[in-house]
Design a protein around this ligand. Sequence first.
Ligand code: GRF
Length: 210
Amino acid sequence: MRGARARLAVLVSGRGTNLQAILDATRAPEYPAEVVVVVSDRPGAYALERARQAGVPAYVVPWRRDPADFGRRLAEVLDAHQAQWVCLAGFLRILPPEFVQRYRGRILNIHPSLLPAFGGRGMYGERVHQAVLASGAVESGCTVHFVTEDVDAGPVVAQARVPVLPDDTVETLAARVAEQEHRLYPEAIRRVVTGQVRFDDLVAAEQLAR
Ligand code: GRF
């Protein structure tokens, strides 16, 4: 008998193309995870529509002035759906430390650059690609990493590289990176939920390297 699939919550704020890639991957019966709930901090996020179309419960939890409040409300929704893992997919808020600690080693994020380059507070969306182009880098890509209290600095699960071409614009570079994101995120989730990549091992390896 096949084991139970890992239960994923996906947090979104926008168009949700990475959510779509995850939902598409979960359609394969052998994929080891399923999306049990989608939560957006923004009512207008198109990602909510994608969840509904896939028959996945979707909620709006509006951002609160006190981030800890938001974290508590979010955790209630996740608990109600027995979510085991939290995948950030274009979620634009910084999760409060209490929430990050509660789900320590069970939160993933995807970022549109080769971290640690072009990451950190304020580095999101088009700004990342603008900064890559302005730097003259010949390569960019995307990173799936575990979320810790330090923004974009948690242990790296997987990366994919793309070339930066001489005539690239923010749009052409973003599209090239997005194509890789949609391949990389479902694969990184697979590695983590099957225990092939473990948060504690990555933390230990980072400590040794210091
Ligand atoms: C992606 O580029 C992702 O790396 C970043 O936000 C964007 C989300 O896009 N964190 P989408 O909402 O998944 O289409």
